[in-house]
Design a protein around this ligand. Structure first.
Ligand code: NAD
Length: 514
């Protein structure tokens, strides 16, 4: 069978590819290598859109020759091509133009996000806006990459450091914020002067293809950025490739461990791992309960709970814990589940049937471990939509710190409430888990809020807040949540290498002359 391949790489064509959807033999998605659409060879699989329940596209497993071609193009552009020669201002202008183009195409990109991920349209629009913000921020930083000077080691020595682009970056993206997380990685890599090969999740490749299409339109050297489609093996090939200099990855802790173990198998390279999380949320008696209920509804259920920093374990003072669980359950029950295309929908379907099945298994295990369901917990089929699968926003209760739901990342609309006797006990239990991505503390007593914040062993702590991330502030984990923050100046400097230059003003160190 000869598949209908994507012949053009412009945005409307991509969207049509996505929409060609339900027809038998529907479009096969091509990788985008050095500006050319490269269809897969070999077998391909269907992606069912959670927003429509129908085939969205077909895509192949990818092959290592695809990785070779994309990395060669990126290497060429870096060593001898236009991107390697671009000044900070050149790079800044391309990123600024791309930001504008992404903004101009908000509607199409948001539609792609709904189709490939299932998230409600208003969340999708928010994700596009966040991506524009990231491109704009790193566009500014591209012109401000500096080292430092050292002059007073001795009278004859002057030294300075330079930050040079690291080279070719491997960029591996998950499915939960396919556009937003690309925006955390690609703009800082390009701002630093790196070239990039992107490997999106096989579930959500459309927006990566679209952003790179817009970057081409913004005038970037087409060899500088490619998107290779495929599964985990393609990601692994990219990570280990000898011509890839740095790897930035977001995904599960299991994959992160694999990458940490294999990235240096052929040559040594730096890696940034943004892995899984189990964000503890600590609520004291000094918090405003109404504010907490509203805030935790967002923390637990935004993006269908498919958020690495989702507030999926709530530790509340024993004096308020049951009341909080009850009120949170009632609030969750009022969230509007339904058609992701509707502006009034607050929760859409989960990303795939496979993911839904995994969550259901965890809920069954939770019941057998004695966990109580405060609210939700059932599969639902909202009327008026072909979308699915849906899971009710779920609030659980347990006092058992060894229960699966208190230890493991859920990555769905499920949170568990537990009580604590002292704040020190809550912090101790939060720190006992292997993840170290983020935590949140709810209290209007600034002293106790800061005491808890300083004691928590996580990369981020929100006080009276959750989930929010901004390009200006680094965001990254510790321990089993990975290492090397994204965003902020630190996020860009990951894509640079230091060079130290020593200038001798004297006649040498005289080592053999005395
Ligand atoms: P995943 O680990 O299954 O896949 C992530 C990406 O890695 C995909 O593109 C996948 O194809 C690729 N991949 C798979 N195996 C690989 C290998 N051996 N080598 C290289 N690449 C490989 O994760 P997912 O299911 O797509 O995403 C959900 C996970 O992402 C959750 O655990 C979540 O916590 C995590 N996440 C973390 C952050 C963060 O900032 N820390 C943000 C969002 C999501």
């Amino acid at each position: 069978m000869t598949p209908a391949t994507q012949e053009r790489t412009d945005l409307p064509a991509l969207l049509n590819t996505a929409r060609a959807a339900s027809t038998p033999g529907s479009a096969v998605l091509a990788s985008l290598i050095g500006g050319a659409a490269v269809p897969p060879d070999g077998d391909y699989t269907e992606r069912i859109s959670p927003a429509s329940g129908q085939t969205l596209f077909r895509s192949g497993e990818g092959s290592s020759s695809l990785v070779d071609d994309a990395v060669s193009a990126a290497r060429r552009s870096f060593e001898t091509g236009a991107w390697g020669r671009a000044t900070g201002r050149d790079r800044s202008r391309v990123l600024a133009r791309a930001a504008q183009l992404i903004d101009d195409h908000t509607d199409e990109l948001a539609q792609m996000l709904v189709l490939e991920n299932g998230k409600p349209i208003r969340e999708a629009r928010g994700e596009v806006a966040a991506t524009v913000n990231a491109f704009e921020y790193f566009s500014g930083l591209a012109r401000d990459i500096n080292g430092r000077t050292v002059r007073d080691i001795n009278p004859d020595l002057f030294a300075f450091t330079m930050k040079e682009p690291a080279g070719v970056a491997g960029v591996i993206v998950p499915w939960n914020f396919p556009l937003g997380i690309l925006g955390q990685k690609l703009p800082p890599a390009l701002a630093a002067g790196c070239t990039a090969v992107i490997k999106p999740s096989p579930l959500t490749p459309l927006t990566s293809l679209a952003v790179v299409t817009l970057l081409y339109e913004a005038g970037i050297d087409q060899d500088a950025v490619s998107v290779i489609l495929g599964g985990g093996q393609i990601g692994a090939d990219l990570v280990a490739h000898p011509n890839v200099d740095v790897v930035t990855f977001t995904g599960s802790t299991t994959t992160g461990r694999h990458i940490a173990a294999h990235a240096g198998s052929v040559r040594l390279k730096r890696i940034a791992l943004e892995a899984g999380g189990k964000t503890p949320v600590i609520v004291t008696v000094n918090a405003d309960l109404d504010e907490v209920v509203e805030g935790l509804t967002f923390a637990a259920f935004f993006n269908q709970g498919q958020v690495c920093v989702a507030g999926s374990r709530i530790l509340a003072d024993a004096a308020i814990a049951e009341e909080l669980a009850q009120q949170l359950g009632e609030r969750a029950g009022k969230l509007r589940l339904g058609n992701p295309w509707s502006d009034s929908t607050q929760m859409g379907p989960l990303v795939s049937q496979n993911h839904f099945d995994g969550l259901q298994k965890t809920l069954t295990a939770a019941a057998s471990e004695g966990t109580t369901v405060v609210a939700g917990g059932q599969a639902v089929t909202p009327q008026d939509t072909g979308a699915g699968p849906f899971l009710q926003p779920t609030v659980l209760w347990t006092e058992d710190d060894r229960a699966t739901v208190t230890r493991e990342e859920m990555f769905g609309p499920v949170t568990v409430v537990q009580s604590f006797d002292t704040l020190a006990d809550a912090v101790h239990r939060a720190n006992a888990q292997p993840f170290g991505l983020a935590a949140s503390v709810w209290s209007n007593d600034i002293r106790e809020a800061l005491d808890a914040t300083f004691a928590l062993r996580t990369g981020t702590v929100w006080i009276n807040g959750s989930t929010d991330a901004f390009p200006e502030i680094p965001l990254g984990g510790r321990r089993d949540s990975g290492y090397q923050a994204e965003f902020g100046r630190e996020g860009m400097e990951f894509f640079t290498e230091n060079k130290t230059v020593q200038i001798n003003r004297g006649t040498g160190n005289g080592w053999y002359q005395s």
